[in-house]
Write a protein that binds this ligand. Sequence first.
Ligand SMILES: C[S@@+](CC[C@H](N)C(=O)[O-])C[C@H]1O[C@@H](n2cnc3c(N)ncnc32)[C@H](O)[C@@H]1O
Length: 463
Amino acid sequence: MDYLPVYLNLKESNVLLVGGGKVGTRKARLILRSGANLTVLAPEITSELQDLLKQAGGTWITDSYNEPSLSSTTIPALIVAATPDRSVNEKVSADAKIKGIPVNVVDSPDLCTFIFPSIVDRSPLIVAISSSGRSPVLARLLRRKIEAMVPAAYGTLADFAGRMRTLVKQRIPQETARRLFWEQAVEGTIGELVMAGREKKAQVQLQHQLENQSEQPCGEVYLIGAGPGDPDLMTFKAVRLLQSADVVLHDRLVSDVIVDMARRDAQRIYVGKARADHAVPQRKINQLLVDLALQGKRVVRLKGGDPFIFGRGGEEIELLAKHNIPFQVVPGITAASGAACYSGIPLTHRDYAQSVRFVTGHLKDGSVDHDWSQFQNTTETLVFYMGLAGLPLICEQLQSHGRSPDTPIALVERGTLVEQRVLTGTLGTMAAVVEREKPTAPTLIIVGDVVRLHASLSWFGEP
Ligand SMILES: C[S@@+](CC[C@H](N)C(=O)[O-])C[C@H]1O[C@@H](n2cnc3c(N)ncnc32)[C@H](O)[C@@H]1O
């Protein structure tokens, strides 16, 4: 190991920064975040650094570096040299070393007694990464990966754990048992409650678990929107919670790639739900979620798109709420957003559409049950979900209620997936296009002048 990683408490300590250019400004911002008293020594500094010093009460000495700078009243706890002049940087480094003051010279590891790591800041939780000065780029790349892995709310969780530490230590004096308790709490419902901003509830749950340690704790249900198909469109939160699940209930619209993001040992339950494939009736799904959670399991209900848009998500959590089972709802990218973006059809556009309406095209007793007169606004984009079977009727009704037969319409088949296909036409011609091309579900229908933009803005899946 070339360097010993340590975390310095610099609150109220003096830090000297020599040089105030762009790099110096970056270092200053970091140093000030640690609560240090910063003095900048440089004939000129950036206006950004001037602002930073003003806000944080730091000092700027408008002078060049000379050795007496270090002999003046207060000896700094750290020195950082960031001047463009190598000889000045060498002098700072040599003087600091003589006085035993830790020194960092930007981009010159040979002149440093300490180096700055790349950091992931979830204060009070801080991850530091260093390549020991060999490859800062590699360290930064690694940092990016860790940034994506560590939830933004981990800092809040660390704060919460810090506040509960004494209480847990009093109740569970044995170290191993205490570690197990914390692992379960942080990784389980309590951790999720804290990260969802529900600290009071988390505290009640923690106290309950401390008092009833032999009792099986209640599980939790996560209703997760898996997006329209492309697995990269899952949110960080969706992936994190999916990977924590003991059981995953998924339906037809969620691809295997996404279901496979769950832990290998997680139980998978297919609950179907194509138009003619009600593998498990809705009522049974609702009950299953309750039963599994009561067994203490972390249950993920994966749904295509967004759970609250034509997803019956509301019904599934109603029963959970009735049984007082903790749950979270994670939004997903709905098919309209996904299919529109991936087919180059902006749903709103200053020149074409000022509003957008999501409509169900699901046939009820052979007809699409709408007051069709409400769809006459030509500056509003209409998006029909579940409209493939009803497409001829949708086109016909829109025309008979005032829309021009020339109104552009697109049908996006398997939007956002590599097999995506976009068929375009007009209200007058689209039924024939669909009859000829025979697209298969899932498909989304977009009606309105914005569809014209597909010809020039299409970018995905084109050879
Ligand atoms: C029961 S709804 C679920 C909608 C979902 N909750 C959402 O927010 O996207 C199913 C309909 O969503 C649309 N859909 C879902 N995924 C799609 C995709 N990848 N491409 C096109 N349409 C899709 C289709 O209209 C399909 O019939």
